[in-house]
Design a protein. Structure first.
Length: 161
């Protein structure tokens, strides 16, 4: 064991202290929000897309029969490039199906799309501009368009439920 490794009983004690601190002195919501905002700035040179649809309104329109099975269609746009995604909940995970278009055509073949969540990072190659992310943890997510290994643009955080 090196000088920097913790013993199992030390780790257990730290975990217990952490749980106690969460109850007695939780991190204020505004501090968490500021931390997330600061973390998002680590790629400030990446163009931020804007949401062109209201997913709740879109879901209400698509679920006109009252079945409760509609999936929200969310559209993000920036300077002629759009990302359209449909989020479907599958039990305790989600599926995100989407397409990336530039000037009305599928985005470049050699490009990738990354899905960032609060718990994971996944990356896929675009297939004729299309992508499917399976088993996405429920909660906040965003998509990052990459070309030649560089971040080109990203969506704002959205709710993948």
């Amino acid at each position: 064991m090196s000088d920097h490794e913790l013993r199992p009983d030390d780790l257990e004690l730290l975990e217990r202290l952490g749980r106690i601190a969460e109850v007695i002195d939780p991190v204020p919501d505004d501090v968490v929000a500021l931390g997330r905002a600061a973390f998002a700035l680590r790629h400030a040179d990446t163009a931020l897309m804007t949401m062109a649809t209201d997913p709740l309104l879109e879901m209400a329109v698509r679920d006109g029969n009252g079945s409760g099975t509609a999936s929200p269609l969310i559209v993000f746009e920036h300077e002629g490039t759009s990302i359209e995604v449909e989020v479907s909940r599958r039990g305790d995970v989600a599926q995100i199906i989407g397409v990336v278009m530039a000037a009305g055509k599928p985005y470049a073949v050699e490009s990738h799309i990354a899905l960032e969540t609060t718990a994971s990072l996944s990356r896929l190659s675009l297939d004729a501009g299309q992508f499917v992310f399976e088993r996405v943890p429920l909660g906040l997510a965003r998509l990052v368009l990459e070309h030649d290994g560089e971040r080109v643009m990203s969506t704002p955080w959205f709710d993948a439920r």
